[in-house]
Design a protein around this ligand. Sequence first.
Ligand code: NDP
Ligand code: 8X3
Length: 266
Amino acid sequence: MNCENRLFGKIAFITGATSGIGKSTAIAFAKEGVNLILTARRENLLLELKTFLEKEYHIQVFTLRLDVRNAEDVKRSIEMLPLSWRNIEILVNNAGLALGLDKEYLNSSDDIDTVIDTNVKGMLYVTNAIIPLMLSHKKASIIVNLGSVAGDSAYAGGAVYCASKAAIKILSDGLRIDLVDTPIKITNIKPGIVETNFSNVRFKGDEERARKVYTGIQSLTPEDIADTIVYICNLPDNVQIPEITMTPMHQADGLHIYKNVNLNTF
Ligand code: NDP
Ligand code: 8X3
């Protein structure tokens, strides 16, 4: 880091730390000496990451197998955190997904439930369980929510996902208002195309279709997003960034993307 490290020794709680942006954020924080509570459903991947980060960066990692859709589990797991892990100063609400690219009226109720329960309700369950801890230790804290440019406008076949990310914007804004007299800052980070496992999950394992999403454009990398999250979290206490949009060079917004099959020859 080129500026003062204000992160060293802090505790960050990350949801969806087994892949993509969440995993890269864990690594980026570890490099700055942040101790990590890493959560997701795939415990084996969490444990692998814990072993790697503790060895490589000499930080401490606590893992929690957590499905953010399970309100009771989220509440209980966070209430039962060991005392030494309760001083959480950074929360990254990252767990999320899209399912399919079907017309709105053709989405199955299972897919609708999974997307809304994970992206919207899961984010709320985790946030609501962690804010009391942040308020009780009274230190300056920050919550970073993963929104998306998809939350700015609907695109064909993406309305359920887009609506979930529009909800992140409104819930982030509402929380910032509700916490305005506290030392907790809220940032909604809205990336465009980031090459991760996201499209593979969206297309339910159809790797060929997933690959096409990232063909012809130099996508953002999960490390790009992680670096920005670290930057935001490292700002002085008096500086809040309510919202930040990040797109690859050839993406103007959620709807306008220039794809060039010869792009790799630049
Ligand atoms: P990945 O598929 O690579 O990672 C998603 C992560 O979410 C995984 O670690 C997964 O872990 C976790 N997750 C999914 N469902 C649940 C659940 N029910 N409970 C707990 N964890 C869960 O995707 P990305 O890294 O790309 O996505 C991360 C976030 O960034 C999402 O919110 C996404 O909407 C957002 N985003 C992504 C963009 C992109 O282009 N990739 C652009 C803009 C925003 P596990 O399966 O182990 O539970
Ligand atoms: C994910 C980015 O454009 O695939 O939020 O919806 S996009």
